[in-house]
Design a protein around this ligand. Structure first.
Ligand code: NAI
Ligand SMILES: O=C(O)C1=N[C@H](C(=O)O)C[C@H](O)C1
Length: 266
């Protein structure tokens, strides 16, 4: 069996460290290097918690791809860094699996074009948890029957981007089927800026940030005399890992950009 050679960017992060464990656990994967802005030229095993994992650390991703033979980059960093890493991977013939959120519509278009030019697949997944993907799909189903919806996403207070990638993806999936509508009273006025949250095609997205939370989202629909609430909770980061594995196994077989795991989950 040919192993899938993997580079992980952001290996010491909350998600990256879980991804290192995943890759280490499966015989079909081989961790060939990591990209970290610290310890360039050193070894992952130099970091506390990674003892015995003997792979080189690069701070320069281009140098990493020049030196190492690899098939897939797993990026779990920040939006700015993640975009650069993803483009560089495609340029070097490496297929990206991107969990990093905060990419813009323009970023996605640029990456789709780059996949087309290079004939390489890439997967950008705002949420790797299967339950979250189902929550988004169920919300899209419900939006055919309910025009009025508010999305409440709740995350730990170290999260950099708001709204979350999952909330944006959910809103996009709902927009694809919902009759466009500006919700709330036509004369409603915020007496405190932001009280009604972000406006996405007339629906509202609210971002809660609190220590103690991990990743949660509730999608609330309302119509005359009834509400419907669809909720997903991730209680740990292991919840995302089966989706990461699915994305890695899939990306090596495709040659276009896939945005969202709902497109590859049967
Ligand atoms: N798609 C999904 O299912 C999920 C996505 N995420 C997203 O993944 C990303 C990472 O999240 P967390 O692990 O919670 O964040 P984190 O802050 O714990 O980890 C980010 C890591 O990126 C590293 N980093 C920063 N600049 C770098 C650079 N130039 N080169 C290499 N590494 C660099 C940092 O050192 C840090 O270890 C975020 O965008 C988050 O929204 C998080 C959870 C699930
Ligand atoms: O930063 C996080 O933690 C998460 N980010 C992703 C997002 O922005 O949707 C996925 C998940 O919600 C956890």
């Amino acid at each position: 069996m040919k192993t899938i050679k993997i580079v992980i960017a952001g290996p010491r992060g909350r998600m990256g460290s879980e991804a290192v464990k995943l890759v280490q656990k499966k015989d079909k994967y081989e961790l060939v290097a990591v990209v970290d802005h610290k310890n360039d030229g050193g070894n992952l095993s130099d970091f506390k918690g990674f003892e015995g994992i003997d792979v080189p650390v690069y701070s320069d991703i281009e140098k990493c791809f020049k030196n190492e033979d690899c098939d897939v980059l797993i990026d779990l960093t920040t939006p700015e860094v993640g975009m650069y890493h993803t483009k560089t991977a495609l340029t070097y013939g490496v297929r990206p699996v991107v969990g990093t959120t905060g990419f813009t519509k323009e970023n996605l278009q640029e990456l789709e074009d780059l996949c087309h030019e290079t004939n390489l697949g890439a997967i950008i997944a705002p949420n790797f948890a299967v339950g979250a993907v189902l929550m988004m799909k169920f919300s899209q189903m419900a939006a055919k029957y309910f025009n009025d919806v508010e999305i409440i996403e709740m995350h730990h207070d170290q999260k950099l981007d708001a709204p979350s990638g999952t909330a944006v993806k959910t809103a996009e999936m709902i927009r694809d089927v919902r009759e466009s509508k500006q919700q709330g009273h036509p004369n409603e006025k915020e007496t405190l800026a932001g009280a009604r949250g972000a406006d996405f095609d007339g629906m509202h997205i609210h971002s809660v940030r609190l220590p103690g939370l991990i990743a949660h989202q509730q999608v609330m629909f309302g119509s005359s005399g009834q509400t419907l609430q669809i909720r997903h909770d991730s209680y740990n980061r292991e919840s995302f890992m089966s989706g990461v594995a699915l994305a890695v196994d899939t990306v090596v077989k495709i040659d276009t950009l896939v945005y969202g795991l709902e497109n590859i989950i049967e």
